[in-house]
Structures are given as C-alpha cells and as structure tokens.
Design a protein around this ligand. Structure first.
Ligand code: ADP
Ligand code: MG
Length: 239
C-alpha cells in the first residue's frame, strides 16, 4: 500500500481521477438496480490500474463514468480537475475527446476507412492536433504499435491483435493523459493479448494514467494497483 503514496520517477503523485460517492443505477421494472454502488476512490496521475471482477460486476459501468460515456446517478466524478456532472453534452464530448482515450473489447474501428484514416479521423473530430500534423502523427502512432506497414489496409484485413493495436493508436491520437480500456484483450489469444498489454505498459512509462478492466484473475503483476468489483461494490486488491 505504501508504494501507492510514494512519488514515482518524474511524475508527481496527484489524483487525476476522483469519484466522490459516485454511483450508477438502472431502472429495472419498479426498482432501481445499483450497477455501481456509491463509490469514493482516487487514482493518481501516472498510475497503471486494473479493474477486475466477474462479468456483470460493474467494471464497464465504472469505466463509463470515468470516461464520461455515461453519467453518474449520484455523487461526483472529477477527471483532471473537471467535475463531469457540471458539463453539458457538448462540453462533455469535447472534454472526453481531449482528455481520455478509450479502447474497446471489440475494437470498434470503421471498416470503410484504412487504419491510417481511422486514426486521423479521431484527430479531425476533436481538433486538438493541428490539421497539418495529423497524418504524420497517425503514421508515427501506427509505427509505435508496430503497424506502419498496415497503415493503408482496411481493419477487416487485419488480425484481431492488429486491429486492437490500431484502436490503441486511435485512442492515443489526441495525446490524452488518461487511457481507459474495457477488456481490451478479452477477444485476443495470449500472444496478441501480451503485445497489446505491452503497448499499455509503454503508455504508463510515458506518464499516462492507464486503466484496464479485465475479468482475468492472473497476470495482474504489471499493475500498480488492482481495484476489485463485486456486485457493484469496489474494494482494493493486491496486484
Ligand atoms: P461488467 O462490465 O463487469 O460485466 P457492467 O458494468 O456491464 O458489468 O454491468 C453491471 C450491472 O449493471 C449488470 O447487472 C448489468 O446488467 C447492469 N447494466 C449495465 N448497463 C446497463 C444498462 N444500460 N441498463 C440496465 N442495466 C445495465
Ligand atoms: Mg464490461
């Protein structure tokens, strides 16, 4: 536990993600079902955090509150100093584009675009990276995940592991300080899962805060911190 509070490397410790009694309920018939019970937790900048728990335990619900994909039913979600509940839809979308990169289990790439254009589109939509720099940056990001040779191919011609690495390049397109991945290796074999995890390792080494949901119980040694969810209730675990 102590290690969590010691400054690591060049990155001073400060919370980049704070949930303050934040919860999410869904209406089920006559009653409210708490997918995430009111939760208070801070995640420090530069930390590498796993969120584990069985299917249906609330991992995606937690991640969706952190990314602003979904809104808390109660409490507050403060990301990089901004309380998301204070933002309207447009401001929330702009905030999300600039601050968080999101990686999904099933990649969610656009099949009609090349790998390169998938990454460029993410920059076009947000407008944070100058237009002139986007193509070069996208090629650099694809090179960084070992896919520069595949840049002009459609995702439909790439393997699952390659598609997920394109999706990570896309998630990094706008240089977000926070990367959130929801079971990113759940659809990959072990070797490809390891290659994807190695890219996340490097994102942490670059100083990003990386949060990965996984229902796997092993392979957690790489994380600084493991948050376990059981039936919508968050508890700390050990890597
Ligand atoms: P996990 O990602 O760990 O598999 P989820 O966060 O997706 O779990 O779901 C947690 C609980 O919330 C489950 O009981 C699920 O059925 C419920 N849930 C999630 N999203 C919705 C939704 N949009 N509407 C209703 N119930 C939902
Ligand atoms: Mg899920």
């Amino acid at each position: 536990m102590l290690a969590l509070f010691i400054e690591r490397g060049d990155f001073p410790v400060s919370p980049v993600i704070q949930l303050l009694a934040a919860g999410r309920s869904f209406r089920q018939g006559e009653t409210d079902h708490a997918a995430l019970r009111p939760t208070t937790v801070s995640i420090d900048r530069g930390h590498y955090v796993a969120v584990t728990g069985a299917s249906g335990s609330g991992k995606s619900t937690l991640l969706n509150l952190i990314t602003g994909v979904d809104r808390a039913s109660q409490g507050s979600v403060v990301i990089d100093g901004t309380a998301l509940e204070t933002l309207g839809e447009g401001a929330l979308a702009r905030f999300r584009g600039a601050t968080v990169g999101i990686v999904f289990q099933f990649f969610e790439l656009l099949p009609t675009l090349t790998a390169l254009d998938n990454v460029i589109l993410a920059m076009d939509l947000v407008g944070k990276i100058p237009a002139k720099a986007r193509r070069r940056r996208a090629l650099d990001l694809l090179a960084g995940v070992g896919l520069v040779d595949q840049a002009h191919r459609s995702p439909t011609h790439l393997s699952g592991g390659e598609q997920q690495r394109v999706a990570i390049a896309r998630a990094l397109a706008n240089d977000p300080p926070i990367l959130v991945a929801d079971e990113p290796t759940g659809n990959l074999d072990r070797a490809n899962g390891e290659r994807v995890a190695a890219v996340f390792d490097r994102c942490v080494a670059e100083g990003r805060t990386v949060i990965v949901a996984t229902h796997e119980r092993g392979g957690l040694e790489r994380y600084h911190r493991v948050l376990r969810i059981e039936d919508g209730r968050l508890a700390e675990g050990t890597p």
